[in-house]
Design a protein around this ligand. Structure first.
Ligand code: SF4
Length: 353
């Protein structure tokens, strides 16, 4: 019988497990505190748990946190963590420091099946969904790494390999573990951002979960024609359906939806595109991140000249839309947006979605 990994269980499930082993719910709460609050992953070190309970637990369960197989620091201070998963797939997380902020970008799938034309991860195809333990494990592993510096990740973005909403159950479970203020990892939901290519049913479902996490949309085009060429998912959920779903996503008073827009020369970077984008976002509480394309070998796209990026930005700013240009971190280590790729066969290149 395979043993359950406690890192992927909700605090309430840990309590149920304790009861199933003949102990009280309190023992489950102690377990949650050790794992999620104190970052102790060795059952033997959980000294306030009775010995016989620990022994019974060890027969049924493990506490397994991903171990980075490789750490690659970038010149800009970001750091890529590569993890080897059971079954042979490899995934990455990226730590990106910025003043007091330490943002961790996590993966939700090994590879990705959405085949966006500008994305290196899309070239891999989908290997498999990650489990909730593997998603939460990336956060715990990164925080363990940062512990020595007295820091932890302050913000978590679900923008690494894969499409989070295509792995819905594991995504939502990991969000609940990470945001459980009493017994979980206790992140404020406002510090967590789920990014999607625009899976309309998933956006609607997430909005009904009452998780209050931020939503980011990988938009990348302002017409259905261009978007369908760049992102095949647009053939199933077009811009009108996507923007309608975004408009219904519940937002707190100061919360905004983030729109990611990778800038590709002569594809989506004209003044007309900028004006269309401003029209699409009219009436929404939105923030746009313009991401100059990160080149990778074999890519069919180029980064627009700086002047064009800045004039695109100024059209949006003039329309009253907060717009930043996000120069990707970790470009030199293959950790930048759209560059993430790890697999045994492709280990020399890197990944992200
Ligand atoms: S951009 Fe995101 S959804 Fe598209 S192929 Fe890359 S990882 Fe998948």
């Amino acid at each position: 019988m395979s043993r359950v990994n406690l890192v992927g269980l909700l605090p309430a499930e840990l309590e149920d497990l304790a009861v199933g082993l003949g102990a009280s719910r309190y023992r489950g709460r102690q377990l949650a505190t050790w794992i999620f609050r104190k970052s102790v992953f060795d059952l033997e070190a959980m000294t306030d748990l009775p010995k016989d309970f620990r022994a019974a637990l060890a027969e049924r369960a493990v506490v397994e946190v991903l171990e980075p197989e490789r750490l690659t620091p970038s010149q800009d201070g970001s750091q890529k963590l590569v993890f080897a998963l059971h079954g042979g797939s490899r995934i990455s997380s990226v730590l990106m420091p910025d003043d007091d902020r330490m943002t961790l970008c996590v993966s939700t799938q090994a590879g990705c099946g959405f085949a966006c034309a500008f994305c290196l991860t899309g070239v891999m195809g989908l290997e498999r969904n990650l489990t909730a333990a593997e998603i939460v494990g990336q956060v715990l592993a990164a925080n363990r790494l940062l512990e020595g510096e007295g820091r932890r990740a302050t913000h978590i973005v679900f923008m690494g390999m894969g499409e989070p909403l295509a792995n819905y159950a594991a995504l939502v479970k990991s969000l609940r573990i990470l945001t459980d203020a009493k017994l979980g990892v206790a992140y404020s939901p406002r510090r967590l951002t789920v990014s999607t290519v625009g899976l309309v049913p998933g956006i609607e479902k997430l909005g009904r979960e009452d998780l209050k996490v931020n939503l980011a949309i990988s938009l990348h085009a302002t017409t259905d024609d261009v978007r369908s060429r760049l992102m095949p998912v647009n053939r199933s959920f077009d811009l009108a359906a996507l923007m309608a779903a975004v408009g219904r996503y519940p937002l707190a008073s100061r919360q905004r939806v983030f729109f990611e827009y990778v800038m590709l020369e002569d594809v989506n970077d004209t003044a007309d595109d900028a004006r269309r984008l401003a029209r699409l976002l009219r009436g929404l509480k939105a923030k746009v991140n313009l991401i100059p394309f990160n080149d990778w070998e074999g890519a069919k796209f180029r980064r627009p000249p700086l002047a064009r990026i800045l004039s695109f930005q100024s059209v949006l700013l003039d329309a009253g839309i907060t717009t930043t240009v996000r120069w990707s971190k970790g470009e030199d280590i293959g950790a930048a947006c759209g560059q993430l790729r790890e697999s045994p066969a492709l280990a020399s290149v890197s990944e992200s979605g």
